[in-house]
Design a protein around this ligand. Structure first.
Ligand SMILES: [Zn+2]
Ligand SMILES: [Zn+2]
Length: 380
């Protein structure tokens, strides 16, 4: 089959990356493990290295950017980083990184769960020993401090629920019951399609997880952080878990910021002055205040800054999953839709048509039963 490419593009176009951006995938979350598609995991570190910079450049550019310099950087940047990767990194290091990445991301293992618990403990210890102590000492928002402790506990419980709950594994004896649960849209989910690994008829909206090696009902994605699939039976915990992370990060970051600001106030740092290059006294700037506080209490400032960053990242990811829940879609379906759009674009390009014949709206709305029923489906 002949591949037609628009002039000036590589086969990996900006559109490919925009599709990935559309899906809003966080590091560690995997959806590309269709049983029909073999994962070439031996190239993963190289992929990250060579595509990381390119993806950032594409993120900076607008969605359908016509800025040639970005395309140029994208195409040649990828080639250059690929060359640097293979020429600067010794072969044994590359092979070692390949095997580590393969074991970490493409085989079930508790590494990310351990990392999560360590991070949780770090923030908890920092909050208890520094922030909470300062809040109590200066009598600021002590009620919120209690809420924060409850939040830590709730977050950990939800994390364990996501990790240990059956996501909706489809067994040979149970698939018949599930087949009637959703209609086949015959676009993304075709009737009478079988899973080659589980040897069962696939219920609509299900997918085989190559990492866990079973089919999951209403499959969303495999999350390496919880070392489990997200599916029909645990998506509620996953959503609540994401919400709790975002709110908890925001609360602890806000309390730490308040504690630090109070500390700067009582130590006179807010009213201090500094001598500029011309030996003129000037009131301290925010940057100088933060710099001084960092020298005094580096742990709390580092944690607070990291938490504010996490609020943005997890906030975006949580918003995306709330959008999916409200519109009754899954990450897997968004990915399938993106693939279909890409195929459709290629086909249109081949036959010289410009209009998009793919009925995207119909596909997106197929399982949409209205906001209330969609949320009920997820949470009840
Ligand atoms: Zn299967
Ligand atoms: Zn899985």
């Amino acid at each position: 089959m002949q591949h037609l490419e628009p002039h000036g593009y590589s086969t990996h176009t900006l559109a490919d990356y925009n599709e990935a951006i559309d899906l809003l995938i966080l590091p560690g979350d995997i959806i590309r493990q269709d049983e029909d598609v073999e994962i070439n995991s031996s190239h993963q570190p190289k992929f990250m290295f060579t595509h990381g910079a390119s993806t950032i450049i594409c993120l900076v550019g607008s969605k359908d950017s016509d800025i040639r310099i970005i395309r140029w950087i994208f195409i040649y940047g990828e080639k250059a980083s690929s060359f640097l990767w293979s020429s600067l990194i010794p072969r044994f290091v590359r092979q070692w990184l390949d095997s580590v990445t393969d074991r970490l991301l493409y085989q079930r293992n508790p590494a990310f769960q351990v990392i999560y618990v360590v991070l949780w403990l770090t923030v908890f210890v920092q909050f208890s020993l520094e922030t909470d102590w300062l809040l109590r000492k200066y009598r600021i928002a002590s009620n919120l401090s209690t809420v924060a402790y409850a939040g830590f506990f709730g977050n950990l419980v939800l994390f364990l629920c996501c990790s240990w709950t059956n996501p909706g594994i489809i067994t040979k004896s149970g698939y018949r019951k599930l087949i009637v649960e959703y209609d086949y849209d015959n676009q993304m989910f075709k009737k009478d399609s079988r899973c080659k690994s589980c040897e069962i008829l696939k219920p609509a909206r299900s997918k085989h997880c190559a990492i866990c090696d079973h089919c999951v009902h209403r499959f969303d994605h495999h999350c390496t952080w919880i070392n489990n699939c997200v599916g029909a039976r645990n998506v509620r915990y996953f959503l609540l878990f994401l919400l709790s992370i975002t709110l908890q990060c925001a609360l602890v970051a806000a309390l730490s910021t308040m504690a630090m600001w109070k500390l700067a106030d009582v130590t006179g740092l807010l009213d201090a002055q500094y001598l500029d290059a011309n030996q003129v006294k000037r009131p301290v700037t925010i940057f100088i205040i933060v710099q001084h506080l960092f020298m005094q209490r580096p742990f709390i400032i580092f944690i607070t800054a990291s938490l504010w960053l996490l609020v943005i990242l997890t906030g975006a990811f949580t918003s995306y999953h709330i959008f999916l829940a409200c519109t009754n879609q899954t990450t897997n379906e968004r990915y399938k839709l993106a693939e279909m759009k890409k195929e459709n674009r290629k086909l249109n390009m081949k036959i010289g048509k410009k209009d998009d014949k793919l009925k995207t709206r119909e596909i997106v709305r197929f399982y949409n039963a209205g906001l209330w029923r969609n949320l009920k489906e997820v949470f009840l």
